[in-house]
Design a protein around this ligand. Sequence first.
Ligand code: ADP
Ligand code: ADP
Length: 226
Amino acid sequence: RPVVAMQNVTKVFSNGTLALKDMSLEVKSGEFLSLLGPSGCGKSTALRIIAGLGGPSSGSIDWPSSKINSKGLPEGDVGFVFQEPTLMPWSTVFGNVYLPLKLRGVSKSAARDKVMEVLASVGLADFADAYPRELSGGMKMRVSIARAIVTRPKLLLMDEPFAALDEITRQKLNDDVLKLWEQSGLTVIFVTHSVFEASYLSNRIVVMRARPGQVFTDLAIEQPDI
Ligand code: ADP
Ligand code: ADP
């Protein structure tokens, strides 16, 4: 069963903007899929619909093997990383990564090992007590990734996560995300406008065209496993 499946999804915003037209996509378990396309082609809109952060205007979205809550959304199975790390400035690195577990009622002592393990997996084991303002942009992004995976989601969604970082930091993070994916068996959907990033990271690339009102192509380029 696919982790997530979109069928003929169209999204028209209330101001009349046609952001997605007739998009169908099935994401298999364990895939690292990049959604590649120019700004404005509807990548974020598609990702938000997959995350359950906005419904389609028509068409359907299914999370076949997830627990579905009363609002028809997947429960706790999706981690989201945005371009802006959006960390709580008043809380430490530990506190920021603990938050999703706290919201699920896990006590701090019960969460400690899990949080530290996830921090170690993103290279931040020594920074648990630091505050976001003390961290570089790359490190803040690592915290944001740790926070997204601490609940062990099935699906990790990343929306142009490294676009604001310098090239070297970005390349390091690409390598680390790849390592994380290889070690964890996570399913990843990665939104990018960089052909390089998409081809470096993914084992499947879905190319989205500009002007979704006129053309939408869900052309998939399958790459062999490296
Ligand atoms: P991308 O992520 O590929 O840059 P988006 O999904 O953000 O593209 O946007 C697709 C189109 O929908 C764009 O024309 C954008 O301006 C428009 N759009 C995105 N969000 C909204 C919104 N909340 N209201 C109206 N139009 C929107
Ligand atoms: P990355 O986060 O990808 O490792 P950065 O350029 O963000 O790369 O940081 C490089 C290294 O410099 C970090 O891994 C960390 O060891 C160190 N560093 C950066 N900012 C700080 C800071 N505020 N305090 C202590 N060490 C830091």
